[in-house]
Design a protein around this ligand. Structure first.
Ligand code: HAM
Length: 429
């Protein structure tokens, strides 16, 4: 009876044929955050459940329905991180990174949410995020947006994503607006769906985010938070828009953009695409000036975003934007044509690697006929095969056979091989 254990639903393996795309994306992002002076932080995938409940908010979908929470052997309630911001604040506070200093941090890694899996939505997914601490002006909000915009440009995605922007104002302004909104929704109670009725008291702003088309006209006419901002938040938002205008970044102000996590204040934004169906948000973030204090630190302004790596890879793949050479192929595949030669090839390859660190060479292992070894050489994707047989051993030479180009086979003395390969393959020493 076959009884194969399978992966958990919504949690995917990343296979070798896909890893080139991931490495390409991650490489571009790593280079970019370094260019902006952000330093990497890595935090554990498990945290105390209270961290997420207190930061993301008790009455959010994530905390109410989506967390992987369990008691460990000690009975402590632990949760697989559903996002990176809370952990980042916890780690920065715990390690004194926020004391009288500013920080620009970035992170990447798996996140976990028990959502209904579909294209672009998984239970284990990956985020790359950046977070900046200790800076309160709109210049840093602009910087995180400009960084993301530069990534789109680098990846060829600029025409395929739209920036949506809103301000949630101060918590006082939001509380006052909340009352106005609740009374508007009370007047339109008949139109509210079940989910919205549930949220009416607990989290009425999230009703604005509803995708229910029956509610769309009522939501469109709802009072707008942007019309009820405190003056400091209004000025902050206007200055941010001014910087984005000057930088030539186009955006759409979406007064209904409220985000699904409770820690935001002032600026919120999302980069969306229409090319991925319903899971079209590829990057999202904003300012969360109250969170550090809420988690036990001194009041510290903060802003950041996280990108969904799977969604971005899907987008790059759909639009065929991953360059052919994203993952470099092998340069050479080395074959020992008989038993004596097979013994020499491993060591010969080592001397070539010593002489030329950029050379990508694989040695045939496991024997087999010359024909089957040549088949493997071909399948490896290498540009050329290096052949060592009785004749070559006797002459202290190696034969170079091109696998994909119409070039003459040649036999080279071993002591010249490294230098010749560098020249032939046009690679650096
Ligand atoms: P978020 O909007 O919950 O924000 O997630 C950010 C991004 O992660 C989403 O826009 C999406 O691309 C991706 N994502 C979320 N859930 C899934 C899923 N189930 N499957 C695939 N991709 C997903 C945050 O997590 C905040 N921590 C962002 C932030 C950082 N705000 C400030 N700093």
């Amino acid at each position: 009876m076959s009884n194969k254990i399978q992966a958990i639903r919504g949690m995917n393996d990343l296979l070798p044929e896909q890893s080139a795309q991931w490495q390409y994306f991650e490489g571009q992002m790593r280079q970019l955050v370094q260019r902006y002076g952000y330093a990497e932080i890595r935090t554990p995938v498990l945290e105390q459940t209270a961290l997420f409940a207190r930061s993301i908010g008790e009455v959010t979908d994530i905390v109410e329905k989506e967390m992987y929470t369990f008691a460990d052997r000690n009975g402590d309630s632990l949760t697989l991180r559903p996002e990176g911001t809370a952990s980042c604040v916890r780690a920065a506070l715990e390690n004194g990174l926020l004391h009288n200093q500013t920080q620009r941090l970035w992170y990447q890694g798996p996140m976990f949410r028990y959502e209904r899996p579909q294209k672009g939505r998984y239970r284990q997914f990956h985020q790359v995020g950046i977070e900046a601490y200790g800076l309160e002006g709109p210049d840093i909000d602009a910087e995180v947006i400009l960084l993301s915009a530069r990534l789109w440009k680098q990846l060829g995605l600029r025409e395929h994503v739209t920036l949506e922007l809103n301000s949630l104002g101060s918590s006082d302004a939001r509380a006052a607006y909340r009352d106005i909104l609740v009374s508007y929704f009370e007047d339109h109670r008949a139109v509210l769906d079940e989910d919205s009725l549930r949220r009416l008291q607990s989290n009425p702003l999230r009703i604005l985010d509803s995708k229910n088309s029956d509610m769309a006209p009522m939501l469109k006419a709802a009072p707008k938070l942007l019309d009820h901002l405190d003056s400091a938040s209004r000025e902050h938002f206007e200055r941010l828009c001014g910087i984005l205008d000057a930088a030539g970044i186009s955006y759409v102000i979406n007064p209904r953009l409220v985000r699904g996590l409770d820690y935001y204040s002032r600026t919120v934004f999302e980069w969306t695409t229409t090319a991925l169906g319903s899971q079209g948000t590829v990057c999202a973030g904003g300012r969360y000036d109250g969170l550090v204090e809420q988690l036990g630190g001194k009041p510290t302004p903060a802003v950041g975003f996280a990108m969904g790596v799977e969604r971005l890879i899907l987008l790059l793949d759909t639009l065929a934007l991953v360059p052919e050479d994203a993952c470099p192929r092998l340069d050479a595949y080395m074959i020992g044509m008989d038993e004596a030669a097979s013994k020499s090839v491993l060591l010969l390859a080592e001397t070539l690697r010593d002489a030329c660190p950029t050379l990508r060479i694989q040695v045939h292992c496991g024997g087999g006929s010359f024909k089957s070894q040549m088949k493997k050489a071909d399948k490896s994707g290498a540009r050329l095969a290096l052949l060592l047989g009785e004749d070559e051993l006797a002459r202290n030479a190696v034969t170079v056979k091109w696998l994909r180009e119409d070039r003459d086979q040649q036999t080279l003395p071993r002591q010249e091989l490294a230098a010749e390969l560098i020249e032939l393959l046009d690679i650096s020493a």
